[in-house]
Ligand binder design. Sequence first.
Ligand code: GN1
Ligand code: MG
Length: 373
Amino acid sequence: MDQITARKLQQIGKAFNLPGPFFSYEEILNGNVNRTFKVNYISDDGTGMAVVKPYLVQKINSYAFRNADELMSNIDKVTEHIRSKHPGETCMHFHHTDVSGERKTYLEEEDSFWRIYKFIPAVTFDKCDDVNIIRNAGKAFGEFQTDLSDFDASQLFYTIPDFHDTRKRYEKLIKDANEDPCGRVKEVREELDYLFSVMDEACRLTDLYNEGNLPLRVTHNDTKINNVLFDENTLEPLVVIDLDTVMPGLVGHDFGDAIRFAANFTEEDAEDTSKTGIDLNVFWAFADGFLSRTAKTLTDLEADTLALSSFSITCELATRFLDDYIIGDKYFKVKKNQHNLIRTRCQIALAKDIQTKLGAMDAIVKSCINKYK
Ligand code: GN1
Ligand code: MG
């Protein structure tokens, strides 16, 4: 336990009035943008017996999320809407500060802000090839979207503007590659060449939306399967977390990003990409779960572009990782030398594999649509 972090966490806990003495913390390392800690306090179980009570404390990266108030307002409203549809079920609860008499769900500091959730005991999966679990994750994300189908999207702030606008992501990459602020472009010519060679295909979803052919829905926008909490005993999905990017978006953003992460044979930052590619069994299981909840509401073009969406999102994330590498690793946390470049290469390897499997992926989507429509 690092003492500086421990002291900081105690100071944050105090601002949120967490009861009892601070005991320990551990950092949960799977996020690439925010920092997350499980923080343990000693508390009284009500009968005088001491128990360890955990809380989830997050330090939000304000380089990525510029407006804490808008971000937390989105989460409050969305959580409230979902809670009203599933009374009595597990949902997220935030603790409040009481700094100068102001009750807020966040504490703002100079370069970041902090929030604290009630800890939900659960299991999560980073990598998983158990098709029942994957199908359940698909159901959870599908249901998340249908739960929000009657939510008034005009109440939502854009927490990160143009988050899944693939064209704009490419434009930023072009601009930053031209400026080359860290002199890194010479190392990444091959990656740039590939990404530009597939630009129009990668941007097709964004273009179809801009031409008025795809509807805007309220979407999660960051559908890694580790954002679904599962019941430790039954392995049924409990709740979808990480609502920072809930914004108006396309159904393909949620489907495609989930596939990009869950159906890849390797981690998203594998250095050895020889096995990187789509596991069609995992793809099928996720599609089956997701479409069991959404098939009835999809337009024909949404259904026809679902498989393609995983290619779009994979290329889009490759442009984001590569852009961050070029500008000097400002957005994503990096854990090793050239981490963003390693991530880029892995996403490119995945995109290349998707190109060879698009026909099969389309056929699977169609069969699920026929099953559930
Ligand atoms: C970031 O931090 P995490 O893991 O929740 C990013 C996603 C990327 C993902 C790639 C707000 O998510 O868009 O797909 O990394 N979130 C944000 O691992 O940029
Ligand atoms: Mg996230």
